[in-house]
Design a protein around this ligand. Structure first.
Ligand code: GRF
Length: 205
């Protein structure tokens, strides 16, 4: 079967990128092959993970754009065009990509972009979801949180869910304990969701 091209967008550590690389190497991504890793931060450790796996990388920072007097829309449109022109990917995976994408990017790839978010659908949208879940647990307002992989639409963290998993908050947990438990689940769920979407059994957006 012909392989399907995956482009992964990251901003930081890239532990979820690593989970995808490991899954691909074990044959667990189905026909998926990561052909490019994009970062909006030049020092992101995920770039090293990509290089270690001989995956090409591309860095485009907002600072470059701001310094040149260009807008976020310019950033998004140029990035979309670069990715489409060089890769024509079957799937774009936002794995810790800390930049809200505008329609200038999303419209190019509708139905071909998925995002990993450390919370359940309809809860804790946006940044710092784990910290907010932990605070709510401490205040007695929640007993669990979760993780989801979902299609990307312009509304942040609102696209149709592909895969979700509930994660209990445990009495005595530090924030770090909860973070570690969430990340361990993310590393399991993201490769499975990618495989499912590429196999065509994911819901469409
Ligand atoms: C993950 O928790 C992901 O859900 C969130 O950012 C984090 C990225 O971690 N959007 P990493 O860079 O993959 O280690």
């Amino acid at each position: 079967m012909a392989s399907k091209k995956i482009v992964v967008l990251i901003s930081g550590s890239g532990s979820n990128l690593q989970a995808l690389i490991d899954a691909e190497q074990k044959g667990e991504l189905g026909c998926g092959k990561i052909t490019l890793v994009v970062s909006n931060k030049k020092n992101a450790y995920g770039l090293t993970r990509a290089s270690n796996a001989s995956i090409p990388t591309f860095v485009q920072t907002l600072k470059q754009y701001k310094d040149a007097g260009k807008t976020r829309e310019d950033f998004d449109r140029d990035l979309a065009q670069h990715i489409e022109r060089t890769e024509a990917p079957d799937l774009i995976v936002l794995a810790g990509w800390m930049h809200i994408l505008s329609p200038a990017f999303i419209d190019m790839f509708r139905g071909r972009i998925i995002n990993l978010h450390p919370a359940l659908p309809g809860e804790l949208d946006g940044a710092h979801a784990i910290d907010r879940a932990y605070e709510e647990f401490k205040e007695g307002k929640r007993l669990s949180t979760g993780v989801m992989v979902h299609y990307v639409i312009p509304e942040v963290d609102k696209g149709k869910p592909i895969m979700t998993q509930v994660i209990p908050c445990v009495e005595g947990d530090t924030l770090e304990d909860l973070e570690n438990r969430i990340h361990a689940v993310e590393h399991q769920i993201l490769p499975r969701a990618v495989r499912q979407v590429l196999a065509g059994s994911g819901q469409t957006q």
